[in-house]
Design a protein around this ligand. Structure first.
Ligand code: KIV
Ligand code: NA
Length: 265
């Protein structure tokens, strides 16, 4: 298959083709992801939890993401690589440019930034400097201290309206992709319908333009933490690591995952 490029993302949305994304942290799993035909990988700062064993993503550093991005890039042939901007690496436009440059030089095609607000200026700064950006709204795990935990976002009318406004704002700032985490199905559906860029849901219902899961979660390694509602263990039905990835990809493309039981009404 043809290697994925950033402009292909909007085309996939226009064609009604669902995008399949997984997190990935090393070359071995990168080869499996590529073999399974997963469209995109995210070097998520979730590595702070699933690889490093921390209880939040806050301890993850720019060096950590650069290291794992380089490891994953060596294992990929066609899959698009997105690198997460870790906590405070995007606090200012100039810091963000430094970190994002390292990630692109390590093999990423795009960087992911949590939030809107002052991050809009950061998104514009990177996009104007040839760094494609994926935005991330809804539950933004780097906000855990302010939020006091990991909860569904955009539940009341005012919060839903703000989320819709922020979604338009990140797209207008130049983001080419938008991750929606833990938002009610109807809110994610409306955002997906209104934006020209694809939305990638995690706990955001089936009407997003694509889906992402944390690799460890979809392989049944959700660990000591409570397993979130949106997680499904695909290893059980897939029978092998590549099989689990293929089962996940097929379920997303055929609209069978996520179901109502993985979503928030
Ligand atoms: O870090 C991560 O894995 C993420 C995804 C859950 C979207 O940001
Ligand atoms: Na993340």
């Amino acid at each position: 298959r043809k290697p994925w490029t950033v402009p292909m993302l909007r085309i996939a949305k226009k064609d009604g083709r669902k995008l399949v994304m997984l997190t990935c942290y090393d070359a071995g799993f990168a080869r499996a992801v590529d073999t399974a035909g997963i469209d995109m990988v995210l070097i998520g700062d979730s590595l702070g939890m699933v690889v490093q064993g921390h209880d939040s993503t806050l301890p993850v550093t720019v060096d950590d993401i650069a290291y794992h991005t380089a490891c994953v890039a060596r294992g990929l042939a066609t899959t698009l690589l997105v690198a997460d901007m870790p906590f405070q690496s995007d606090a200012s436009a100039s810091r963000a440019l430094d970190a994002a440059t390292r990630f692109l030089q390590a093999g990423a095609a795009m960087v992911k930034i949590e939030g809107a607000g002052h991050k809009l200026e950061v998104i514009r700064h990177l996009v104007e400097r040839e760094i494609p950006v994926c935005a991330h709204l809804g539950l933004t795990p780097q906000s855990v201290l302010r939020l006091g935990g990991y909860r569904v976002q955009g539940r009341d009318e005012a919060a839903a309206a703000k989320l819709l406004e922020d979604a338009h704002a990140v797209a207008d700032a130049g983001a080419e992709l938008l991750v929606l985490e833990c938002v009610p199905t109807a809110v994610a559906a409306r955002i997906s319908a209104e934006l020209a860029i694809p939305t990638i849901g995690i706990g955001a219902g089936p009407q997003c333009d694509g889906q992402v899961l944390v690799l460890h979660d979809m392989l049944g390694l959700a660990g000591g933490q409570r397993r979130p509602k949106f997680v499904k263990d695909f290893l059980a039905e897939g029978g092998s690591v590549v099989g689990a990835m293929q089962a996940y990809a097929t379920a997303v493309r055929e609209g069978q995952f996520p179901g109502a039981e993985h979503s928030y009404a």
